[in-house]
Design a protein around this ligand. Structure first.
Ligand code: UD1
Ligand code: MG
Length: 465
């Protein structure tokens, strides 16, 4: 019999106080719903149904590359109503039997192994309904697991719990494994008067009274089963995930100087012997090679960095590729589409956009290089600017291998500087430069002898009034 998965994600998330759907809030750059979906996918179910509200385009967008069925819950009438909405879309179950794993869309840190354990216990004990529970500490509002002796009898929501029930530390994670036969009992769930919702938790009591085998199993930890209902919980989940990710990279041979100040997104990778300094953010699907040094206050977004690369302090690297042994920063900005060649050097206050920088090429200070194709072993002098934009269109600058660009040069694109050419400092280059030529466009210097004499008696010459 196959496994089916339902993810409940149509709630309003009012406690978040946000105009964005709760499950679209991000942890380390990734929406909550994507974490839950990936955990569900790891169990390879036959079908995954995600219950969404009528205005949930964002969720569909976040899962656009996935094999998923959406079920629209017209009004957020509670978790039982949400599951009933999903059950109509479980195509395989219309005729046959199966096990349905129900996940809460707001529980993103759940480990797939814990889910697998739940399904295994559920089958081994031949239960019709199994609840994944955990032991909660501190103040919380989780549903309490109520037992009579060893037997699970019901789940009581925090709002409805007596003072005595509130002392129960075993709580409901909102994750369940149930046989398809249990879905039929959803019709019997009554509306909770306090909240005007149909609680899925009520199905436990109904099933128990009807003599179905029900059980609850403490399998995971609070840290992975935390439901995110508020901004504080969102932040705490982010911090927990950060520790988990940093630990993983410690184990793989990455050094962190101050792990509490860094953020590594879950899909980013880092090579062995790389050292990550404080306040470094490695975001999206970035790939950092081995033996690199990423100095403080740097942000790397969706970029690939080779081996033995040094990124000096306060640099921003966006959708770019930095090849082996290159050096970037401090205070460099690589905008999307920049490719920095092997052993190239990009120094302070250099901005690069959609440009290829050749192997061994240096742009060490104060430059803007946009839409440029720069060959190997080129020297870009301080203050060089590619004038790539005429207010309407962008144009390309080509600088071939071995060119020397003197300081304070403007290259008015489209323009090409041939192999081995030199450009004199302070030039504005508007025409192509042939290979091996020297181009100078500034006016030649004129010295007016003794010009300053007699302007003052020589004392406090430059003093302003
Ligand atoms: C729920 C459980 C509680 C459990 C806790 C674990 C119920 C009644 N209570 O409480 O016992 O301890 O999770 O985190 O189930 N949703 C819908 N449609 C709705 C309402 C909710 O799809 O009409 C979705 C939400 O988007 C969310 C999930 O169901 O992803 C759980 O809803 P939420 O409101 O967060 O329930 P809790 O109060 O946290
Ligand atoms: Mg919740």
């Amino acid at each position: 019999m196959g496994l089916y998965t339902v993810i409940l994600a149509a709630g309003l998330g009012t406690r978040m106080k946000s105009s964005t759907s709760k499950v679209l809030h991000t942890i380390n750059g990734k929406p909550i719903i994507s974490y839950v979906f990936e955990a569900a996918r790891a169990l390879k179910p036959l079908q995954i149904v995600v219950v969404i509200g009528p205005e949930s385009n964002g969720i569909q967008e976040a899962l656009r590359d996935e094999r998923v069925t959406f079920a629209v819950q017209k009004e957020p009438k509670g978790t039982a109503d949400a599951l009933r909405t999903a059950s109509r879309k479980l195509v395989g179950l219309k005729t046959g039997k199966g096990t349905v794993l129900i996940l809460s869309g707001d529980t993103p840190l759940v480990n797939p192994l814990t889910l697998q354990q739940l399904v295994t216990v559920h089958k081994r004990k031949r239960e019709s309904l199994s609840v994944l529970s955990f032991i909660a500490g501190g103040d919380h509002a989780y549903g309490r697991i109520v037992r009579d002796g060893d037997n699970l009898t019901s789940i009581v929501e925090d709002k409805d719990a007596t003072e005595e029930q509130k002392t129960i530390s075993e709580v409901n994670s909102g994750i369940y494994a149930m046989e398809s036969s249990i879905l039929a009992l959803l019709r019997e769930v009554n509306m909770n008067r306090q909240k005007g919702e149909y609680y899925l938790t009520d199905i436990v009591g109904i099933a128990a009274r009807r003599g179905y085998r029900v059980g609850s199993h403490v399998l995971g930890y609070e840290t992975e089963l935390t439901g995110i209902n508020t901004r504080r919980e969102l932040c705490m989940a982010g911090l927990y995930l950060r520790d988990r990710i940093v630990s993983k990279w410690f184990d793989k041979g990455v050094s962190f100087i101050d792990p509490e100040s860094v953020m590594i997104d879950p899909d980013a990778t880092i090579g062995m012997d790389t050292v990550i300094y404080p306040n470094v953010f490695i975001e999206g699907k970035s790939m950092i090679g081995s033996n690199c040094k990423i100095y403080p206050n740097t942000r790397v977004i969706d970029s690939t960095i080779g081996d033995n690369v040094i990124i000096k302090d306060s640099s921003v690297i966006e959708s770019s590729n930095i090849q082996d042994r290159a050096e970037v920063g401090p205070f460099a900005h690589l905008r999307p589409g920049s490719i920095i060649g092997v052993s190239a050097k990009i120094g302070n206050f250099v901005e690069i956009k959609k440009s290829v920088i050749g192997n061994g090429t240096k742009a060490s200070h104060l430059s803007y290089l946009g839409d440029a194709e720069i060959g190997d072993h080129v020297n870009i002098g301080a203050g060089t600017i590619t004038c790539n934009y005429d207010g309407l269109n962008k144009y390309k600058t080509v600088i071939e291998e071995g060119v020397f660009v003197g300081s304070d040069t403007q290259l008015v694109a489209p323009v090409k500087v041939g192999k081995g050419a030199y450009i004199g400092a302070g030039s504005t280059i508007t025409k192509d430069v042939p290979p091996m030529a020297l181009a100078v466009s500034r006016t030649s210097q004129k010295n007016i002898e003794k010009w300053a004499e007699g302007k003052s008696d020589g004392k406090d010459k430059h003093k302003t009034k």
